[in-house]
Design a protein around this ligand. Structure first.
Ligand code: HDD
Length: 699
């Protein structure tokens, strides 16, 4: 073992400021030339054995090192987030495009030369921290911008509307979707009685339910997910003019989703599918990007819409108010420590900067209270904003003092204002500080919902109507699945009653799938559905998808003797399209290719079902096929790829696998024969992502 320096030199370790587009965090670096110490800096002589009275005697209370180590361990956990507990984040930066000044004076949106550091956390909503990545659920999309004017948090979701209109119902919604309190299941699932009981008694949730039952709730990757600020906000320019806006994040790679069966298979094969995907991409230097846009409109336009822009269960079709790009976000660095950064990051919609302001949306208004409050119990102290991931990166100073775990040492004699003893004490900024937009407001105190929030079905109909046929099929299947898990018949019949107001054909399909035709409750809506509402094609993910395999994974099934030329050609071509090939061999030790070269495998077959890949290629050597046929995993590999509508490349040697899996290698143009290592046709086909026409035959 290497000789370490003397104890005198070994005290403590250095605090180093790390830099990067993600900004600076206090990072303690382990120094291999120094000893292991206690928290007091005392070098530890023996970390293997506790101090005992005799070799076989009891441990002594005197063992301060043992006590310190165990005490710290005993307190390593903090309460998980009450919602969005399972999440994964990354550092990055935001860069504005030029020319946003007419909308806002926010410095980070106006300076197109500046790269504003940020931290972004994606999450599922319902599941615990240890649940899987791919349940059917809404995804959180929260961004903390460390701007020169203070931290700005845009705390959104991957769905542009919400279940409820008023924050006072949030605890009820979450209690309904979380595991039922007497039995503590189901985990990370909305498919149970209490959720559907609540939402079926809350008609305002109908529009969001359509989104939650759509493929949006099964994202393929965080990198391929849209984000939305949901509420209407205000942008304020230097002249004090306010513009109403809705925020949108659009991924450069395009928005893609999983298929339900695939998501279920992935949950078993790789519960960390989305985390791993983000980690792998960023570590490989393949930095995901999103464009931030707004739909900008004024009060006059808002007054003409047939819905209220303060109602968070409504969206504004892009065909009415198009998206205006403001800038881009790039994620380029993973946290060094998950707990210190991703777990301790505390978002809050009330973290705002000059140039941005709230609206009177009653859901947003409630959120402005809840987030700060929840951090107090989650992070345990009013000083949580001093934790490096939460601390502003611009200077900050005020007269707040003391409290549990105060890190900052304020040297002044006074901590009040006005004072005449310390002329250097912080003073108000007046016109240079944040000034709330003077929105006119008046009225009587009332506990009431505005009449303008009363139409609960028209936009649900609009959404369904705007979907392609496969998307509509998936929505119907998801409703049938979820309601099928409800034991209470009255919940199913009530929900079927709501669906009749969304779309007659949808209601009929779901009722048929449940084996409950004609059993819908009669529900009289406050406002009848406007069936003539114009569809919004922009809401569909599949109407006009980008033809690309950028950011995607191709699974390549090989055996000993597989064609080296084909493997090299596929890897090269995929790389030129920014895709990644992962080699799946019968054993993880690897395989020997046709030229006798031993190559490593990324996965072993039984551990990597085809559900983990976007497209697959079966390229076994003829000699390897008999052994492959003995493995159920290889037949399943092909059968599942086919059932998940994937593009499947295959060499002629793979023919017996097709026979065993009962898949016709000429079934459709998603099955591509690869001859003489020519992979271009396969790659071209893989850009289609899935063959939707296959679906009615396989499901
Ligand atoms: Fe919330 C967390 C997004 C409504 C109360 N919310 C949380 C997170 C996201 C959202 C992305 C996770 C942040 C992170 O990664 O740490 N929430 C939304 C959106 C909503 C919404 C888009 C509606 C448009 N939330 C909402 C309401 C309330 C809350 C109406 C309460 C009145 N949300 C919370 C919370 C959480 C939270 C309890 C839990 C952990 C946290 O805040 O930090 O305060």
């Amino acid at each position: 073992m290497a000789k370490r320096p003397s104890a005198a030199k070994s005290v403590g370790s250095e605090i180093k400021e790390t830099s990067g587009a993600g900004g600076e965090l206090h990072q303690v670096t382990a120094d291999p030339s120094r000893w292991l110490t206690t928290n007091q800096g005392l070098p530890v002589a023996d970390d293997q054995n506790s101090l005992k009275a005799g070799a076989r005697g009891p441990t002594l209370l005197e063992d301060f090192h043992f006590r310190e180590k165990i005490t710290h361990f005993d307190h390593e956990r903090i309460p998980e987030r009450v919602v969005h507990a399972r999440g994964y984040g990354a550092h990055g930066f935001f860069q504005a495009y030029a020319g946003n000044e007419d909308l806002t004076k926010a410095a980070f949106l106006c300076d197109s030369q500046a790269k504003t550091p940020l931290f972004c956390r994606f999450s599922t909503v319902a599941g615990s921290e240890g649940s899987v990545d791919t349940p059917r659920d809404v995804r959180g999309f929260a961004v903390k911008f460390y701007t020169s004017q203070g931290n700005y948090d845009l705390v959104g979701n991957n769905i542009p509307v919400f279940f409820i209109q008023d924050a006072i119902k949030f605890p009820d919604l979450i209690h309904a979707v979380k595991p039922e309190p007497d039995r503590a299941f189901p985990q990370a699932a909305s498919a149970h009685d209490t959720f559907w009981d609540f939402v079926s008694l809350t008609p305002e949730s109908t529009h969001m339910l359509l989104w939650a039952m759509s493929d949006r709730a099964l994202p393929r990757s965080f990198r391929m997910m849209q984000g939305f600020g949901v509420h209407t906000f205000r942008l304020i320019n230097a002249k004090g003019k306010a513009t109403l806006v809705k925020f949108h994040w659009r991924p450069k790679l395009g928005a893609f989703s999983l298929i339900w069966d695939e998501a279920v298979a992935i949950a078993g094969a790789d519960p960390d599918f989305h985390r791993r995907d983000l980690w792998d991409a960023i570590q490989a230097g393949d930095f995901p990007e999103w464009e931030l846009s707004v739909q900008a409109f004024d009060e006059k336009q808002a007054a003409k819409f047939d819905f209220d822009v303060l109602d968070p269960t409504k969206l504004i079709p892009e065909e009415i108010i198009p998206l205006r790009p403001l800038g881009k976000m790039v994620l380029n660095r993973m946290p060094d420590n998950f707990f210190a950064e991703t777990e301790q990051v505390a978002f809050c919609p009330a973290n705002i900067v000059p140039g941005i302001d709230f609206s009177e949306d009653p859901l947003l208004q409630g959120r402005l209270f809840s987030y700060l409050d929840t951090q107090l119990s989650r992070l345990g102290s009013a000083n949580f904003q001093e934790i490096p991931i939460n601390a502003a990166k611009c200077p900050w100073q005020n007269l707040q003092r003391d409290g549990h775990m105060r890190m900052r040492v304020d040297p002044s004699r006074t901590s009040y204002e006005p004072n005449s003893l310390d002329m250097t004490a912080p003073r108000e900024a007046g016109a240079d500080g944040f000034q709330t937009f003077a929105a006119p407001t008046e009225g009587t105190k009332l506990r009431i919902r505005p009449e303008s929030f009363a139409d609960h079905y028209t936009q649900a109909h609009l959404f369904y109507k705007s979907m392609t046929e496969p998307e509509q099929r998936h929505i119907a299947a998801a409703f049938a699945f979820e309601l099928g898990k409800c034991r209470e018949v009255k919940i199913r019949t009530r929900m079927l009653g709501h669906l009749q107001h969304v779309d007659a054909q949808l209601a009929e399909t779901v009722a048929a799938k449940l084996g409950m035709p004609g059993q819908a409750d009669k529900i009289t809506p406050a406002v009848p559905t406007n069936l003539k509402v114009k569809p919004s094609p922009a809401l569909s993910q599949y109407r006009d998808p980008p033809l690309t395999i950028a950011g995607k994974k191709i699974g390549l099934l090989v055996t000993d003797g597989s064609d080296a030329k084909l493997i090299d050609a596929l890897v090269k071509k995929a790389k030129s399209e920014q895709a990644n090939v992962q080699i799946v061999a019968p054993a993880v030790g690897g395989f020997v290719d046709s030229e006798g070269v031993k190559r490593p495998a990324d996965h072993f077959l039984a551990g990597a079902p085809s559900a983990l890949f976007d497209a697959v290629v079966l390229a076994p050597a003829a000699d390897g096929v008999p052994d492959l046929l003995k493995l159920a995993a290889s037949v399943d590999w092909l059968r599942m790829a086919f059932a998940h509508l994937k593009i499947i490349g295959h060499t002629s040697d793979a023919a017996p696998l097709f026979e065993a899996a009962h898949v016709d290698p000429h079934a459709d143009d998603g099955l591509v024969a690869i001859k003489n290592a020519k992979v271009a046709d396969f790659i071209a086909a893989a850009k289609r992502h899935r063959i939707w026409e296959r679906e009615p035959n396989v499901r």
